[in-house]
Design a protein around this ligand. Structure first.
Ligand SMILES: Nc1ncnc2c1ncn2[C@@H]1O[C@H](COP(=O)(O)OP(=O)(O)OP(=O)(O)O)[C@@H](O)[C@H]1O
Length: 694
């Protein structure tokens, strides 16, 4: 039991919480504090109690609850010094609104803050009803956040003001505790202030260390770095700049720029008001590129000084290194030949895409020029001077691709190189990575790729450090990714991450008017532009289906150039049929097969190939078609059951194999878990053809 007690009444709940916490801390060991706020409910009228009111502003409102025999103390309040450190981080001369509920409390608090030495800020008083308030971005308030005007962008809440020491002493007097407890209480009060100064000195120490560290970093930079105030007073001047300018003094910070720089043109260039600019200067017998920009939040101007000769050499050697590694994009849009409407349109779209920094998915059959376009996009983008790396997923085993792409730390696995390895993503930093044949990646790798695309950072294999990367991804595929999603072999989320921008490259057989221009281009490339092609050869070439697209055409030209006699290519030089690529079953059409029930055309292998087990196919397609029409789901199990009623029962295994064949031909699409198997438009054509033959 406490020998003594008091009643604390405040205006708001927030103030009640702050004050009861404060009082409990200083006198709570020997005084029982009952706390109430006018914002909440006060249960009854108090009699014979010591009542502490949080401010004179609530005297009238609290009066009905104060009965006979009560002693009332109206608390004097002072700024909550525990939160003052928040104000110390505001830059000098920052204009702030000081917001509180009444003019008196505002002026009182500002006065206290100034007396406490927090005088580097320009306080503009604000309270409800105040007129002509300037549009200021920062407000400070002792807990009255709701009163802050809407135009303020940042609010620094230093918390409700605390009861001052004098009031605490008065309370003790009223409770006849001053003699016994006065020393303890003032000691506690002072300890709080000492804690604050400890906190501040710790912060100062930390910022000293940070400054020292920053200075080391700045001095370690190979360039000269200068920062000045708009009036020209130097605030940063690193060691390299001293060396670059051949100065023999290190006392530069705090002086005016024109006292340190003899070159007046340079001084006026640095202090120029315009936004951002670079210029050459000859300083101390060396050519220097000075780049100047304004940091408006800091009200300062920064200039970097680069040795021009070194910069050019560095860039040259960087480019040489890229070429040596093959990390350079060879082609530009000018290298893409063809005047057909489709090519002109595709190039137009691709060059618009190049200007963005977004991920691109290029779809097209093999040999349509996916790598060519990726390279041209890179060369027309802002990343043009960065690396361009191409990774072909179909050419590499999964584990190798993973370590090539993401790199690894030393000891990550048996055989890992000493010192680890930087992955291609890291090597492509600042440039573009071309992920060719993305459809050939494993699900595990897809998950890792997805993470890189989402987070723009990676972790090396066996590593624990997050490495941020700035790489544009261009992916390409000749597979039908939508079909792969349906089959569960390609992640849908990755597909959408890749297909932010999209290019479909037209098949050569659908734009045969480009063939003459392409032939001319390949003849030029091989240095044989004067060679003549007989009209019948041209006719022949125009008649082919070119399932291997432009690559196949190029190979054919190369072949004919190798075998022809003299300066003319004749019909004798045309390769035999077996030279040409016939459409293979695994080369799926790249346009998405659209299901029949959406009523749109699906693409499939054409011309229709009738497989040997036609009867079984007909049975299965009919059953699928019927189920689709009736809107019921159909799967392997049902098909196998139905085949029992048919003349030839088929096991689920047999059904699966036949379904795989039908799916490869794009006649059906299997939707695992969702709606079962669906017939495509070309599946229906095939069924009709079967019905005509069987
Ligand atoms: N429009 C074009 N103009 C000139 N050359 C082209 C054109 N399209 C493709 N080529 C050439 O055809 C060849 C194949 O192109 P590329 O390697 O870019 O195709 P791809 O679609 O990436 O093939 P794959 O899918 O097999 O990797 C290259 O030699 C390329 O330079």
């Amino acid at each position: 039991m406490y020998a003594k007690e008091l009643i604390l009444i405040t205006g708001t709940k927030e103030t009640r919480k702050t004050l009861v916490e404060q009082l409990t801390e200083v006198i709570g060991d020997f005084v029982h504090i009952h706390d109430f706020s006018l914002e909440e409910t006060i249960p009854h009228v108090f009699t014979d109690k010591l009542i502490i009111l949080s401010s004179s502003a609530i005297v009238d409102e609290a009066a009905p609850y104060i009965g006979e025999g009560c002693k009332v103390v109206v608390a004097k309040r002072t700024v909550n010094f525990q939160n003052i450190d928040k104000l110390l981080f505001l830059p000098d001369n920052t204009q702030v609104l000081y917001v509180n509920d009444a003019p008196e409390t505002v002026y009182e608090s500002v006065e206290t803050l100034l007396q406490l030495g927090i005088n580097h800020i320009d306080y503009i008083p604000f309270y409800p009803g105040k007129k002509h308030v300037p549009d200021i971005e920062i407000a400070i308030t002792p807990g009255e956040v709701s009163l802050v005007p809407a135009f303020v962008k940042k609010v620094v809440n230093i918390g409700p003001r605390l009861i001052d020491l004098i009031t605490v002493i008065t309370i003790l007097q009223h409770l006849n505790l001053l003699e016994k407890k006065g020393d303890i209480v003032s000691e506690k009060y002072i300890r709080k202030i000492i804690d604050l100064s400890k906190k501040l000195s710790h912060t100062t120490r930390q910022s000293d260390q940070l400054n020292k560290h920053l200075k080391q970093v700045l001095d370690g930079v190979n360039d000269g770095i200068l920062a000045v105030t708009p009036s020209g007073i130097i605030t940063v001047f690193n060691e390299n700049l001293i060396a670059m300018l051949g100065l023999n003094t290190t006392k530069t910070v705090g002086r005016h720029l024109s006292d340190v720089f003899r070159n007046h043109e340079l001084v006026s260039f640095v202090l120029n008001d315009s936004e951002e600019e670079s210029r050459w200067f000859t300083l101390f017998q060396a050519d220097v590129i000075v780049h100047r920009f304004h940091v408006s939040t800091e009200e300062s101007i920064v200039a970097t000084f680069k040795n021009a000769h070194e910069t050019i050499e560095l860039e040259k050697s960087f480019r040489r290194e890229l070429i040596r590694k093959g990390y350079i994009a060879k082609y530009t849009f000018q290298d893409i030949r063809g005047n057909s409407e489709r090519v002109v349109k595709t190039k137009e779209i691709a060059s618009k895409i190049a200007k963005t920094n977004l991920t691109v998915l290029i779809e097209g059959e093999s040999g349509t020029g996916k790598e060519l376009y990726a390279s041209a996009i890179h060369n027309a983008s802002l990343r043009e001077s960065g690396p361009f790396l191409a990774v072909n997923f179909s050419a590499l085993p999964d584990d190798l691709v993973e370590s090539e792409l993401f790199g690894y730390e030393e000891g990550a696995f048996t055989g890992a190189k000493k010192g680890g390895k930087i992955g291609l993503f890291e090597q492509a930093n600042g440039g573009t990575i071309f992920l060719d044949e993305i459809g050939d990646t494993s699900l595990k790798l897809q998950a890792r790729l997805l993470r890189v695309l989402q987070e723009k950072e990676l972790m090396r294999i066996g590593g624990n450090k997050i490495i941020p990367i700035d790489v544009r991804v261009i992916a390409a595929t000749n597979k039908n990714l939508i079909r792969m999603i349906e089959q569960g072999t390609f992640r849908e989320d990755l597909y959408h991450r890749l297909k932010i921008l999209y290019i479909h490259l037209p098949e050569l057989r659908n734009r045969k008017e480009d063939i003459p221009a392409l032939i001319e281009h390949f003849l030029m490339q091989s240095g044989r532009s004067s060679i003549a092609i007989m009209p019948e050869v041209m006719e022949h070439l125009l008649g082919y289906q070119w399932y291997g697209n432009v690559r196949e055409l190029k190979n054919t030209i190369d072949y004919m150039l190798a075998v022809c006699n003299g300066q003319v290519i004749t019909a004798d030089d045309i390769p035999s049929e077996s030279f040409f690529q016939r459409k293979s079953p695994e080369q799926q059409p790249v346009r998405e097969p659209i299901l029949l029930d959406t009523g749109t055309q699906a693409t499939a292998a054409s011309p229709l190939e009738i497989p040997s087990d036609q009867e079984e196919h007909r049975f299965m397609l009919e059953a699928i078609h019927l189920a689709n029409q009736q809107g019921v789901s159909i799967g392997r199990k049902t098909l196998s059951e139905k085949s029992g009623l048919w003349k030839k029962p088929l096991t689920e295994q047999q059904i699966r194999r036949r379904l795989d064949t039908l799916e490869q031909q794009a006649y059906v699409v299997t939707n695992r878990g969702r709606g079962g198997i669906k017939l495509t438009r070309s599946g229906l054509d095939y069924l009709r053809a079967l019905e005509g033959t069987t």
